[in-house]
Ligand binder design. Structure first.
Ligand SMILES: NC(=O)c1ccc[n+]([C@@H]2O[C@H](COP(=O)([O-])OP(=O)(O)OC[C@H]3O[C@@H](n4cnc5c(N)ncnc54)[C@H](O)[C@@H]3O)[C@@H](O)[C@H]2O)c1
Ligand SMILES: O=C(O)C(=O)C[C@]1(C(=O)O)C=C[C@@H](O)C=C1
Length: 294
């Protein structure tokens, strides 16, 4: 049982973990810290946290588990604010979408990685943000990746894994660079592509001349372009190289598609689309298996 869980950043992810931990009876008290006073008040009003606090050190002082769930480029400032009250008996973790930069930030702040800091990432979310979007089922049957380093204490990893499992997630471990490369492909590139497509069309569509005729396909492809802009700016700056490599790959692939269309090579286009459809089916089978396995 966690006596006091502190959530720094009570938004979609922090709020959802607080709700799930409470519902599963994993913690007695939740203290929320947030830079946005209105969001913090809302978290209290909704009963997501017992107490709200504007100051990171004060909120985390007596906690036995602290989750940092702020945009990734804000992690270093939060770790620096935690440093004076860092407690060797407590466990600290984060939910950031990128991991190498979080480990580097911790090394900069502490000189070396604290044994009781366990970087993590729930592979679950939504295009909505803030505590109003949070819900206790967000992590059910979803994956959480932990990226401990050689210095990380196994007992701390165990404690964080138990928290996420208690919220319904399946926990695995990965090397941080591998994590960032994989997520650049399956999460960061799709977001960049969706933002770019909608920006391109939106600039020429200020009078709604074409959006008026857009339907399900456009809606499905672009849902994630409604995601929080600051969160995605931070992810792109934190995971620059892997994302740039994937953008280059997509540029090449689009070039190939354009060449096939230009040359009227229907057979090759058909093959490419069939190959993509089969690959998506393999993804769906894996995704659904993961769902039903639990
Ligand atoms: N949204 C997703 O789908 C998703 C999924 C997995 C992981 N993540 C990661 O989780 C983290 C949180 O994302 P979210 O979707 O919950 O965002 P969110 O905007 O819903 O919540 C973030 C909260 O952090 C607060 N905050 C920002 N800077 C702060 C600071 N310095 N000190 C205290 N509070 C601060 C904000 O006011 C906000 O309430 C990000 O690192 C994101 O990359 C997001
Ligand atoms: O479902 C969504 O809307 C998401 O954006 C979730 C999503 C993703 O799947 O790309 C986004 C960022 C995360 O770090 C993890 C999950």
């Amino acid at each position: 049982m966690i006596e006091r869980l502190c959530i720094v950043g009570v938004g979609l992810i922090g709020g959802s973990l607080a709700r799930a931990a409470r519902r599963a009876g994993l913690c007695r008290r939740v203290v929320g810290v947030d830079a946005d006073a209105a969001n913090l008040q809302r978290a209290q009003a909704l009963g997501v946290v017992d107490r709200g606090c504007a100051d990171v050190a004060e909120g985390a002082k007596d906690a036995d588990v602290v989750l940092i769930a702020v945009p990734v480029q804000a992690t270093e400032a939060v770790l620096a604010a935690l440093k004076p009250v860092w407690n060797s008996r407590a466990v600290y973790t984060d939910a950031g979408s990128t991991k190498v930069n979080v480990l580097e930030a911790a090394e900069r702040v502490f000189g070396s990685l604290p044994a009781n800091f366990v970087p993590g990432h729930p592979i679950a979310g939504a295009e909505r943000s803030g505590v109003d979007a949070s819900h206790a089922d967000l992590f059910r049957h979803k994956r959480v990746i932990l990226t401990p380093a050689a210095e990380t204490a196994p007992a701390a990893v165990q404690r964080v894994a138990e928290l996420w499992r208690g919220a319904g997630a399946e926990v695995s471990e990965m090397e941080p660079l591998r994590h960032d490369q994989v997520l650049a492909a399956t999460s960061h590139l799709p977001h960049v592509a969706a933002f770019a497509l909608v920006d391109m069309l939106g600039r020429e569509d200020e009078t709604e001349a074409i959006f008026r005729y857009a339907a399900g396909g456009f809606r499905d492809f672009t849902r994630i372009a409604s995601s929080d802009a600051a969160m995605w700016r931070d992810i792109c700056l934190a995971n620059r190289e892997p994302i740039l490599q994937r953008i280059e790959g997509l540029r090449d692939e689009l070039g190939q598609v354009a060449a096939l269309i230009a040359s009227g090579d229907g057979d090759a286009l058909l093959q490419l689309f069939q190959r993509a459809k089969a690959a998506r089916q393999r993804f769906l089978d894996l995704y659904e298996n993961n769902h039903h396995a639990q």
